[in-house]
Design a protein around this ligand. Structure first.
Ligand SMILES: *[C@@H]1O[C@H](CO)[C@@H](O)[C@H](O)[C@H]1NC(C)=O
Ligand SMILES: *[C@@H]1O[C@H](CO)[C@@H](O)[C@H](O)[C@H]1NC(C)=O
Ligand SMILES: CC(=O)N[C@H]1CO[C@H](CO)[C@@H](O)[C@@H]1O
Length: 505
């Protein structure tokens, strides 16, 4: 059979197509393999995440933390939080600044069913839902009470909150609205997640040390969650004690059940009361006292309102395990999480460990334009002008003239004179006396404008703005008596037994 021109053309076309396909295959093959390998790498890195240089590591803490930060298994040392519910309260003016860091650090290891997020507005943050603590407050109250103006403007905001609300000017309003959230939040918490042993309430700038917290609640404390228990760091307003909210506070399932199930009018009642009181954490204490007859049990310094740079290290703040800290900004939360993740040991984390790994490497003899919070004992130029310029607290804490040594009498004259107070506290003949070293009262000083103050603990502190003019007196200088600190630390030894605090009434 003779092929017609059209069928020959067809065959040529067919051959060309096959050759083209083969060429395309050969051309593409390496790329497919490459893509395949990339995909494969993606799969393995899903199981094993990167290892980085540990940015916290240095020669002063090389024995305490890992040189590298292996991010593969962040929850390996995280405790089992069964029976515990964590409740974090925030506000719409700050939620997106604070909560994401919480979610990618400590809370990333909490099962979703073991925490709730509350705010003064319902919002969604990635896969996480933020509940409106005020949703069940009576509409009449919301209209009537001026503190709810911010609540309304937040809801009326047509774009992102940042573009509607000036966070600096609204800070005060956000604070006033905050106190209305506490009891409604407590009620909703029980309704949404009833029957847990422990309920831990905290704020978006609270850091929770979960390993310590769970170990203490479940094992170490011996507390029975079926009893009515209210734990926290005790504060006072007009003689009434309450657990400070920002430090975090803990309610037993036993007390929460009774409080919520037996008192159906809590939200209404405490919305009214909130108009007359300063703060929501106080209202919680008032409700627990009025309805359950219980008071806070002091759990400080384990539940703590300070952070690593403001903790007063020393007596009562050393071998004590730490459960919470407060005023932690996002960077600080991430830093402490990284520290927990890269510690070389699993042993109970004590306050001392924060100092050794995070603070000690940064300590030096003096820092200018710096305030380390020295304010236990003060020495001020006796001249009336200088006395008047000094702040009230410093004035109240002056040592009496006839109780002062010669060194102390001239301490106000300069930072160098001020430093001598600590340097000369222990006399040369006592320099080997361990008891004397442990009883040291002067670890650091701060000098500013003819006011010298010293402190019986050692704190790191924070920068102070550099004064504009040339007046040397206006500068803030802080210093630490490093030898005295070292002697005290050596005399304290290794803290072989953590000093767990027994919560007292
Ligand atoms: C990081 O940790 C993972 C899981 O614990 C482990 O399999 C891996 O070998 C570690 N990587 C390095 C470099 O140590
Ligand atoms: C609920 O509390 C409000 C405010 O204290 C009060 O006016 C009201 O009578 C209470 N209602 C009940 C049913 O107790
Ligand atoms: C560590 C510490 O207590 N820092 C304090 C330093 O001083 C400022 C006030 O100037 C305080 O706010 C800090 O708490």
């Amino acid at each position: 059979m003779i092929a017609s021109p059209s069928s020959r053309r067809l065959r040529i076309f067919g051959a060309v197509t096959v050759v083209t396909l083969i060429a395309t295959y050969i051309h593409l093959r390496p790329q497919w393999q490459f893509e395949y390998r990339e995909y494969y790498d993606g799969v393995t890195s899903y199981f094993s995440r990167p290892v980085y240089d540990n940015t916290l590591y240095n020669q002063d803490n090389e024995n305490l933390i890992q040189k590298h930060y292996n991010t593969s298994n962040p929850c390996a040392r995280f405790p089992n939080t069964d029976g515990i519910l964590f409740v974090m309260k925030t506000g719409a003016t700050e939620a997106f600044d604070r909560i994401p860091t919480q979610l990618i650090t400590t809370m990333s290891c909490l099962p979703d069913s073991n925490f709730l997020l509350f705010s003064d507005m319902e919002q969604q943050m990635g896969p996480y839902h933020i509940y409106d603590a005020l949703s069940e407050v009576d509409e009449v109250d919301k209209d009537r009470i001026g503190d709810f103006d911010l609540y309304r403007s937040q809801q009326e905001c047509a774009v992102s909150q940042k573009e509607c609300i000036d966070t600096t000017t609204e800070k005060q309003h956000a604070w006033h609205l905050d106190k209305y959230k506490f009891l409604p939040m407590i009620e909703q918490t029980w309704r949404m997640r009833p029957g847990r042993d422990w309920y831990i309430f905290a704020e978006a700038d609270t850091y929770v040390f979960w390993a310590n917290m769970v170990h203490w609640l479940k094992k170490q404390s011996g507390l029975n969650p079926r009893e009515k228990i209210y734990l926290g760091s005790r504060s006072f307003v007009a003689g009434r004690s309450f657990a400070h909210g920002g430090s975090g506070y803990i309610l037993s399932g036993g007390v929460l059940k009774h409080l919520v199930e037996q008192h159906t009018n809590l939200t209404r009642q405490y919305t009214q009361k909130a108009t007359e009181e300063c703060c929501g954490d106080l209202l919680v204490a008032l409700a627990l006292d009025e309805h359950e007859g219980i008071k806070i049990r002091q759990t400080w310094p384990m539940i703590n309102g300070e952070k690593p740079t403001t903790l007063p290290y020393g007596q009562n703040h050393w071998c004590e395990p730490i459960l919470t800290m407060h005023h932690m900004n996002s960077e600080e939360i991430s830093t402490v999480w990284q520290f927990e993740q890269t510690r070389k040991t699993d042993r109970v984390l004590m306050i001392k460990d924060l100092y050794d790994s995070l603070i000690a490497p940064k300590m030096r003899k003096t820092r200018e334009n710096w305030d380390n919070g020295s304010d236990d004992v003060c020495y001020i130029n006796p001249d009336p002008g200088a006395q008047e310029r000094a702040d009230g607290q410093a004035r109240d804490r002056q040592r009496k003239e006839d109780e002062m040594s010669e060194i102390e009498k001239t301490a106000w004259k300069s930072p160098e004179n001020c430093a001598k107070v600590c340097e000369t506290e222990i006399s040369a003949e006592d320099s080997d006396n361990k008891e004397k070293k442990l009883q040291r009262n002067c670890f650091q000083y701060r000098w500013h404008d003819e006011v010298c103050c010293t402190s019986k603990s050692f704190k790191f502190g924070e920068p102070k703005p550099k004064p504009a003019g040339l007046d040397l007196k206006a500068k803030w200088t802080s210093g630490w008596y490093m030898e005295g600190i070292k002697d005290w630390i050596d005399a304290m030894g290794e803290c072989t037994k953590p000093a767990w605090k027994i919560p007292e009434l």
